[in-house]
Ligand binder design. Structure first.
Ligand code: SF4
Length: 339
């Protein structure tokens, strides 16, 4: 099925629904594609006899698997649109299909535009699920221009070679010692910011939608974010009571890490509580008034990108180690969910 800008293989969902006589199908649509939800529903209703239920909760990634909730509603199949699967998540309460939204935009122009900005020879190539099919094409353009592109394998959380998630840059770090810089193909600052913080290498980002090329801006953003992180640690230095956040989304659950954190805090005579939530939101957490500092083991981007929305500091696990004197600031690492 085609929607403006994307191809989505909804026929695959139709085939599976028919083959298995599924009757109640849940559709999970990411924020950026929600405006198209009715087209997806109509497509499935026209080609199958299944009844379609739409999950209206926000969905930001393949980590957000809600199949157990929908099993309770007697749904028998789930389709999540807009993300590739996280391969090491396997035990779903009901069968679940991930359908990537593949961008139909040609990235060639954006790469050509980026070439004068690339000063390094060995270039790691990375992208998001939407453009991942264009990496070979991008590599060919780079080779023609005298560069040596390398595409790395990610860990078990990564579906495709060269693919990065906001919480996992293993496809980049696996080749970081072989390249001088990274070229990111995609839009926005969310992924390239994580890439630069995780790999500590120069990152050039080219946006195939606008043909904009960014390097200095990303470097400046990295400095701003690191200053914010340093400030968040400094603001937490007198904290006595900590709230450890654990995401209940299947692909964000780091409960063992939460218990490890609690043991560390116990050993430093700090009181802590473990809070679970599906979708963390500042107003709801504000009700827990005696907390001086939160430590997030849920989506690593909550502490980094939503920091300004929280009235009290929110740290990543690595930042807590720095606060407790178990690591030095110089050893700062970007928090990721690996394997
Ligand atoms: S944990 Fe966060 S960054 Fe990772 S897939 Fe989920 S929403 Fe995206």
């Amino acid at each position: 099925m085609k929607i403006p800008g994307y191809n989505i293989d909804l026929e695959k969902a139709v085939k599976i629904i028919k083959e298995n006589d599924y009757e109640r199908v849940v559709l999970q649509v990411p924020e950026g594609l929600k405006s198209h939800y009715s087209k997806f529903v109509e497509f499935l209703e026209e080609k199958t006899s299944a009844s379609i239920i739409i999950s209206a909760d926000p969905c930001f990634g393949a980590c957000d698997i809600v199949s157990s909730e929908f099993k309770d509603l007697n749904a028998d199949f789930m389709v999540q649109i807009g993300h590739t699967s996280i391969p090491n998540i396997k035990d779903f309460s009901i069968p679940t299909l991930f359908l990537n939204a593949i961008s139909d935009i040609d990235v060639s122009k954006a790469i050509e535009k980026a070439i004068p900005s690339i000063k390094e020879k060995k270039i790691g190539l990375v992208s998001t699920a939407q453009h991942i099919h264009m990496l070979d094409n991008a590599g060919e353009i780079l080779v023609k221009n005298g560069f040596e592109p390398i595409v790395g394998n990610g860990d078990d959380r990564i579906d495709s070679k060269g693919q990065i998630l906001g919480c996992n840059f293993s496809a980049a770090t696996s080749i970081a010692d072989k390249v001088d810089a990274f070229l990111f193909i995609g839009s926005g600052n969310f992924h390239p910011l994580g890439l630069i913080l995780s790999t500590k290498k120069p990152v050039i980002a080219c946006d195939p939608y606008t043909n904009e090329v960014k390097e200095k801006e990303l470097d400046d953003l990295k400095d701003i974010v690191l200053r914010q992180r340093y400030g968040a640690i400094a603001r937490s230095k007198d904290a006595k009571t900590f709230g450890i956040l654990v995401g209940t989304k299947k692909g964000q659950q780091r409960i063992d890490l939460a218990h490890e954190i609690q043991e560390k805090l116990d050993s430093k005579q700090k009181k802590s509580y473990i809070f679970t939530m599906n979708h963390f939101s500042p107003p709801i957490l504000e009700g827990f008034r005696n907390i001086d500092c939160f430590v997030s083991t849920a989506c690593p981007r909550i502490a980094i990108d939503d920091y300004m929305q929280y009235k009290i500091p929110i740290l990543t696990p690595v930042e807590l180690d720095i606060l407790l004197g178990l690591k030095k600031w110089e050893d700062y690492q970007f928090d990721e969910i690996r394997n």
